[in-house]
Every structure is written in structure tokens, then in C-alpha cells.
Design a protein around this ligand. Sequence first.
Ligand SMILES: [Ca+2]
Length: 168
Amino acid sequence: MLFKNLFMLLTLVYSCSATAYVCPCDSKYFDGHCYYISPRTAKNWPAARATCRARGGDLAVPTSKINNLHIFQAMKASNVHKAFIGLYKVADGLGTNTFYTVRGVEPTYTNWYPGQPSDSGGNEDCGEMLPAHSTSGGDVGGQWNDLPCNDRFPRHYVCQTSFQFNEN
Ligand SMILES: [Ca+2]
């Protein structure tokens, strides 16, 4: 009986690819998608995005307060406190560049940290999710900041992919 239970436990642990609807084993499922919190930093935002696209998805774009919270909680669970997300500035030729999502539209939900986006130095064209900034003791982390897309600020990153249907 002990061995049978042990076998069942091991099967549960290693069967993440055998269920009908699955995410890659290194991803988490919530809000209808698979989310991957990178264990390592990318040297810059484009490199992070390229990795997400190579995984069949793209950088994650929080779409609601609750989705933003779920992504932030997944980051915290992985001890990741700052991460690139799928927001970047698109030049409009008028000098009033606007943040777009990696899906090519303006975000319908935003959660900028107060005072952000600041465009400090005039080159903060990419987005990240920040750690908790609560001053009242509550956990209200997960607000956004704009930062340079270049190599000055390596970051972890959050990828979002559709879940797969596995016929096994
Ligand atoms: Ca900023």
C-alpha cells in the first residue's frame, strides 16, 4: 500500500504532460494561459521577447487587475521581483510616443506606478512589473515602470503562451 501510494504520488508529480490541457512543465496555468517566469535574466527587453516568441508565445500583457495580481504572485513565488512584460513604446513620428502591447494595440488595462511612465533620460521605451511598493502594509505590488530596452537593466521576464491540447 505504501509503495502504491508512493507510485501514485510520483505519477502525479511527473504527469504534467499527460493531462488533456497542459502547459509546459516549467510554466503555470492561470487565467486561460500558460505563464513562464524566467529563472534567469535576459540582457535586454528584445532578447526577453525573442525567447518568449521562441517558446511559442510572447511577453505577457496583464489584461485586468486580477490577471495582473496573478502574474505578480507567480513572480513572487519564483522570487522574481522585477520582470519585463509585453509593453513597449511605438514611435508615432510626433514625439508623443505611446505604449503598445506586443499584440500591437494600446493596453486597455494599465497599472503604472505613480509617476510612471517617466521616460527618464528620454529613452525608457519598454515596460516592467515592479515589486511590492505598499506603504500601508498591504500587498499591492505589481505596478509598472518604463525603463530602457537596452542592456543597462537586465531583467527576468514573463512569457505568456496558449495552453496546448495534448491527445495522450
Ligand atoms: Ca520609468
